[in-house]
Design a binder for this molecule. Structure first.
Ligand code: MGD
Ligand code: MGD
Ligand code: SF4
Ligand code: MO
Length: 875
């Protein structure tokens, strides 16, 4: 929909699926604002959504196809891909090839990929990174409901009297939904929020109760809850007439394993009492539940409690899985997983297979499930997959046992990668690299966490020769000989076909039916407004399951008998710590887009390991020192962040850093590939590790207006408004600091200022052009103490003397950025809290503007206020 007001589209990050309005700035950039008419966000955006305009530059984009590292025409590249896939299939059969795709693809991209692999190539070896993300929820939903359905809507979170957040850092990972919840709680302070998470996370700011359970013990807790529901007389007897398995589930749940959670029994009781007495309860869950070797059981343990109480599919009630990626939900609908067909049809069901094949008029159809992600890359490693196509995902960083995955891809006979940049760990391994059109340049649809289908629309032309993913896939389909089936010219055509296919699903009485859209005209597709499925002649949107009708063979829901199982790897003397991993507020996965924004990079510029103070002391780790993290499969080096946010014995590291941003910190190098036996989802949050101080010979901090080329054991590089910043550390000390720094900065001739104290291991160097600072390096034997947040503002400006590493007295150090919209640092906020005696987040907003735009930092502002109050109390 293009009007004078800009182009309406959808944010490409999290599964909240916020509507945005895009206004090209005429210089290749975009102004991005929230769409007030979009039901998901009603105009709000978080820090990442607001910074989208800073990430669309064509700098670093892949502009043309390459074959074996050489630029190639589309014609050559497409023919190479088609020929190699065809030849491999002819020689080794359809199961010798595979696609690894992504929940960030548009539904239309996904539909074509799935049709090509399952219908025409005739293998189900297509799996998606949603295997690492939503697979346990899909399995849990299918076991309980007979289909993968999220019963409720976002409104339910606002209308609930109790919201339980399990393994979900909603404040950072679904910020606009969090803000909707926060606003609802402000309006109805009697609403209660319980956070169940082994860490004290930003989301706890909203919590009336935080159950900081031992990692991996959710089944023990929710089994306990089911027993309490029964003993408290809260079973909905009428509703469970529609549910099978109640007695067995209850019997299994009665075995009390709640001590495994490590929680205080009184806190557990408080939670149970709240749950028992509150009808309007929503349980939100995310990766703390899914990414576990008991992920499917965790999901079903939660669903059991909602089924037993009949709290499902009604206003303000229900289990609610929040999806991660913008089209995680769409991918599930369209059959992106290796064990599903399109439209929630089952690959194991011959009638379903026959119907889909008939609809596609395909030569065959895969008749058994394909390889799930972990097995797929194992098969690549063993040479069983001989041609692999990776689209819109970066498995060499984000798969567990990432070095093994990287080696497997590197050893594959033929690898194709479609990406928007060639500078990723995965893209560097490709034989054929294909330039994809990015968000902002392409058209299609995505489905968010509450089943709302929204349009992504193009507002910019694709740079160079980049093409939309669906078009690339369709062309390969045609060149493999299936002209008619892949003869698409627009995404609207693909969408119509998909909607028509869903009519078959409706015929088999499946939930996913959007057949009401199968006649959508090009014009209507262009104007398509956000719409919740199902969309049929008789029904649009709404909730599922309040009527007690499910999609299992006998139409009843299924409760499961579940037993608590600890995580796959056991801690012990060799690996005494449990490693939890996850996300930070302002970065998206492997940072190929968010790291382009200096604003977003200012929030947390370096990878870190959160460790409890007692554990740090015991391990000999000082503040800001470096720590070597070793597991049975690999090793990483990270910055130590000592905090009581984590439990003793548990540590946490973010997942975002890569070979391009901090090579020693690719955390999936240390996460082994244990999976949930039902869903095949990896246990990304419960590796066991040993920790040891990394003893560097020297530490450095550098700023530069150009990217640097550090070659140290540890480095981490991030954007700044005028260039780059880097943390460095390594074992051996160079003989000649000037020579070292010139190479690091690529400045062979610039004027240098230098102070050095070899005995103390100190060196400080600054390179200038006139008064303009080009770069500076600060070196010490200990972690370097300089005013980083001041120094990062200097490259490119007149700054004749920087060697003190301190700001002039009249320019206080703002400290690490907390509010990324207005660039307001922690020191500035703490000073204002103290001098102006501020006591609320809103007062901070009035004094400094911090937190008044997107609101993503409000939980952190609250934490800073709390810190001040704790200090006061202690004085
Ligand atoms: N800023 C940002 N937002 C994102 C993303 C991003 O990269 N950056 N990615 C998007 C994607 S794809 C996803 S999947 C979502 C993920 O969203 P979330 O699932 O909310 O994020 P995570 O940080 O992966 O993990 C959530 C929490 O699970 C907790 N946890 C770990 N183990 C356990 C356990 O055994 N039990 C319980 N109860 N909790 C546990 C962790 O401590 C963590 O706080 O975020 C989406 N949004
Ligand atoms: N340890 C640990 N590991 C994890 C997780 C965790 O919590 N802990 N979380 C897991 C989860 S939930 C997820 S979802 C995954 C995410 O992991 P990935 O999907 O591997 O990470 P991304 O960085 O999102 O990769 C997307 C890639 O697509 C490219 N791209 C961007 N736009 C386009 C486009 O339009 N077309 C094409 N073809 N390419 C494009 C980007 O440049 C980037 O290289 O990580 C998983 N791995
Ligand atoms: S909450 Fe933020 S990242 Fe998620 S869709 Fe909305 S603006 Fe994008
Ligand atoms: Mo995800």
């Amino acid at each position: 929909m293009k009007d004078t007001d800009g182009v309406r589209s959808t944010c490409p990050y999290c599964g909240v699926g916020c509507g945005v309005i895009l206004r090209p700035d005429g210089q290749g950039g975009l102004h991005v604002t929230g769409d007030r008419d979009h039901p998901a966000n009603k105009g709000r955006l978080c820090s990442k959504g607001l910074a989208l305009g800073e990430t669309v530059s064509t700098q670093g984009r892949l502009l043309s196809p390459t074959v074996n590292g050489q630029e190639a025409s589309w014609d050559d590249a497409m023919q190479t891909v088609a020929d190699r896939f065809s030849a491999t299939i002819a020689e080794h059969g359809p199961d010798s090839v595979a696609f690894y795709v992504s929940g960030q693809m548009l539904t239309e991209d996904y539909y074509v990929a799935n049709k090509l692999m399952k219908g025409f190539i005739g293998s189900a070896n297509i799996d998606t990174n949603s295997r690492l993300c939503m697979a346990s929820t899909v399995a849990g939903h299918r076991r309980a409901f007979g289909t993968d359905t999220v019963p409720g809507t976002y409104e339910d979170l606002e209308e609930a009297d109790l919201v339980v957040l399990v393994g979900s850092n909603l404040a950072w990972c679904h910020p606009v939904l969090y803000q909707r919840l926060a606003a609802a709680k402000k309006q109805r302070p009697e609403m209660r929020v319980v956070v169940i998470d082994p860490r004290r996370i930003a989301t706890c700011d909203l919590a009336d109760l935080h159950l900081q359970l031992r990692a991996g013990t959710d089944v023990a807790l929710f089994n306990g809850l089911l027993s309490a529901i029964y003993e408290g007389g809260c079973i909905d007897k009428a509703y469970i007439a529609n549910v099978d398995g109640f007695d067995a589930a209850l019997a299994a749940a009665s075995i009390d394993r709640m001590d495994e959670t490590g929680l205080d029994r009184r806190d557990i009781q408080t939670f149970f009492n709240l749950f028992l007495r509150t009808d309007r309860t929503v349980t939100v869950f995310s990766q703390g539940v899914n990414q576990s070797s008991a992920g499917s059981d965790k999901v079903n343990a939660i669903l059991n409690c909602h089924l037993a109480t009949g709290r499902i599919g009604l206003l303000g009630m229900g289990p609610f899985s929040v999806t991660g990626q913008p089209n995680a939900m769409g991918g599930r609908e369209v059959g992106g997983l290796a064990n599903m067909l399109a439209c929630h049809l089952d690959i194991e069901n011959p009638n379903h297979r026959q119907a889909v094949r008939g609809f596609w008029e395909s030569p065959g159809i895969a008749d058994h499930a394909g390889l799930k992600a972990v097995d797929m890359f194992r098969a690549v490693g063993k040479g069983e997959i001989k041609a692999l196509w990776v689209i819109h995902t970066n498995p060499a960083v984000t798969m567990p046992d990432a070095d093994a995955v990287r080696a497997a891809i590197a050893g594959c006979d033929f690898t194709v990668v479609s990406d928007i940049t060639g500078a990723t760990d995965t893209a560097r391994l490709a034989h054929v690299l294909l330039p994809a059109a990015a968000w902002g340049e392409k058209d299609g649809t995505v489905t968010n966490s509450d089943r709302t289908i929204s349009r992504q629309r193009a507002a910019l032309p694709p740079p160079g020769q980049a093409r939309p993913d669906w078009a690339i896939l369709a062309e390969v389909g045609r060149r493999m000989g299936w002209h008619g089936a892949f003869d698409y010219e627009t995404p609207a055509e693909i969408f119509r076909e998909y909607a028509a296919l869903s009519h078959i699903a409706g015929h088999f009485d499946r939930d996913f039916d959007i057949s009401g859209l199968s006649d959508i005209s090009d014009h209507e597709y262009a104007d398509f407004a956000p719409t919740r499925w199902p969309v049929t002649k008789d029904r649009q949107g709404g909730r599922f399951f309040a009527d007690g009708k499910f999609f299992t063979p006998n139409g009843k829901a299924q409760m499961l008998a579940l037993q608590y199982r600890p995580p796959a790897a056991k801690t012990g003397p060799r690996f005494p710590f449990r490693l939890n991993t996850g996300r930070v507020r302002d970065q998206w996965h492997t940072m190929t887009r968010t790291a382009l924004s200096p604003r977003l990079s200012a929030h947390l510029a370096e990878p870190f390991l959160e460790i409890h103070p007692d554990d740090a002391a015991r391990t000999g780790l000082g503040p800001a020192s470096l720590v070597q993290v070793t597991s049975p499969v690999g090793s990483a080096i990270l910055r130590t962040l000592i905090t009581d946010r984590v439990r003793p014995g548990e540590v946490f590291a973010p997942m975002h850093w890569t070979s391009d941003t901090a090579p020693s910190a690719r955390i999936d190098m240390v996460v082994p590939d244990a999976v949930d036996p039902v869903s095949g989802q990896p246990e990304s949050k419960a590796a066991v590790v040993a920790l040891a101080p990394y003893h560097a010979g020297w530490y450095g901090f550098a700023v530069s207006s150009q990217p640097m080329t550090p070659e140290t054991d540890y480095w981490a590089m991030a954007r700044t408004p005028g260039g780059w910043r880097a943390e460095l550390a390594t074992f051996t000390t160079p003989q000649d600091w000037e020579g070292y720094a010139r190479t690091l900065f690529g400045l062979p001739d610039a004027t240098v200022q230098m102070v050095q104290d070899a005995a103390r291991g100190m060196a400080r160097l600054a390179f200038h052009n006139g008064d303009r600072l080009l770069a500076a390096l600060f070196v010490a034997r200990e972690p370097v103490a300089v005013m980083r947040d001041y120094l990062v503002t200097l490259p490119g400006t007149d700054a004749p003397s920087v060697l003190t590493g301190q700001s002039p007295a009249d320019m206080p150090d703002p400290g690490p950025i907390v509010c990324s919209c207005f660039g307001i640092g922690m020191n500035t906020i703490l000073t204002a809290i103290e001098t102006d005696a501020l006591t609320t987040v809103d007062q901070i907003g009035i004094a400094l503007q911090a937190g008044t735009n997107c609101g993503s930092c409000r939980p952190e502002l609250a934490a800073l206020l709390a810190r001040g109050q704790v200090q006061e109390a202690a004085e």
